[in-house]
Write a protein that binds this ligand. Structure first.
Ligand code: ADP
Length: 306
């Protein structure tokens, strides 16, 4: 195999109570990438369409992640990377993670699979380190593994896959304002009160249980974030009003997707998800902020070959 075309999915990280440790994979939003072997012993970004992103190999997360993989196996194989970027950078739905995860997935296949998908997470995290200054795994893990991923530990890295309730749908609102992960990280408080911590781990444990038991009501009750959301939501226009609106219209829960500005509503079934999508669209239409809306089921496979 000399080249591979893949779909690199968008992801929702944090999911309210799972800051930096929980994420899920979407299936209706994502980039396309074409990765080819070259004879130059060099990793190059040869084409980017859709968005204005760095072409320099040391500034693009895709090439940085691939180089981390090649270094590990001491390979001097060269690769050309083409990215058709559909996920806007700084959107909060894992734009950088899609490129990092997609690139290492394709290169691993082209090299005859020296690694499994779980092993690839740590290489893709090097891309996240470049993008946000923090090697977090809650976007790259679900992008590579599909479904829900829980990072039990960063050191050593241990990632668990959680079950996906069949009827779960995600509605994403992306207000077209840019919030850089670096900036929205800098406003988070570094210390947490014991009371907030107790609320948070109670909710996270219940959320994991709800995924196993397909208990949609419990899932909804667990989607709260006492620690990060109160600070970060200030950066998102009409966050509180949206929360009230989607809750009134039957969404299971609502929160910030990754570092924002995208927000997500988890819904049960297509009918409710469409209703929630429509009320958000109506609400935001007269707010003089351009926006995009997505409705997706949970992608159980992660990156896939096209
Ligand atoms: P997101 O949460 O949507 O991934 P980030 O703010 O974390 O957004 O990452 C976007 C940053 O990463 C931007 O500064 C962008 O220039 C940089 N970047 C480098 N390479 C890529 C790439 N291939 N895809 C997306 N962003 C990239």
């Amino acid at each position: 195999m000399e080249e591979l075309k893949i779909f690199a999915p968008a992801t929702v990280a944090n999911l309210s109570c799972g800051f930096d440790v929980l994420g899920c994979c979407l299936d209706s939003v994502g980039d396309e990438m074409l990765i080819k072997k070259n004879d130059l012993k060099e990793v190059r970004i040869t084409r980017i369409t859709g968005q204005d992103l760095p072409m320099e190999a040391d500034k693009n997360v895709a090439s940085v992640a691939v180089k981390a993989l090649l270094e590990q196996i001491k390979s001097d194989q060269g690769f050309d990377i083409e990215i058709d970027k559909k996920i806007k950078p700084g959107s909060g739905i894992g734009s950088s993670a899609a490129s990092s995860a997609g690139a290492v997935f394709a290169v691993n296949k082209l090299l005859g699979e020296p690694f499994n998908n779980k092993d690839l997470i740590s290489f893709a995290m090097q891309g996240e380190l470049l993008a946000s200054g923090n090697a977090h795994a809650d976007n790259v893990a679900p992008a590579l593994l599909g479904g829900f991923s829980l990072v039990r530990s960063y050191c050593p890295l241990e990632v668990l896959s959680l079950p996906v309730p069949e009827e779960l749908r995600v509605v994403i609102l992306h207000p077209l304002i840019e919030i850089k992960t670096k900036d929205s990280r800098s406003i988070i408080k570094q210390n947490v009160s014991l009371k907030s911590a107790i609320n948070q781990w109670g909710n996270l444990g219940a959320l994991v249980s709800a995924l196993y038991t397909e208990d949609y009501d419990l899932l909804g009750r667990s989607l709260h974030d006492d620690i990060v959301e109160p600070v970060r939501s200030i950066l998102i226009p009409y966050f509180k009003e949206l929360d009230e609106l989607v809750t009134k219209n039957g969404a299971l829960g609502f929160g910030i997707s990754g570092s924002g500005p995208s927000v997500f509503a988890l819904c049960r079934g297509d009918e409710n998800a469409n209703k929630v999508k429509n009320v958000i669209s109506e609400f935001y239409s007269d707010k003089e902020i351009d926006f995009e809306l997505h409705l997706s089921s949970i992608n159980k496979k992660g990156v896939k070959i096209l």
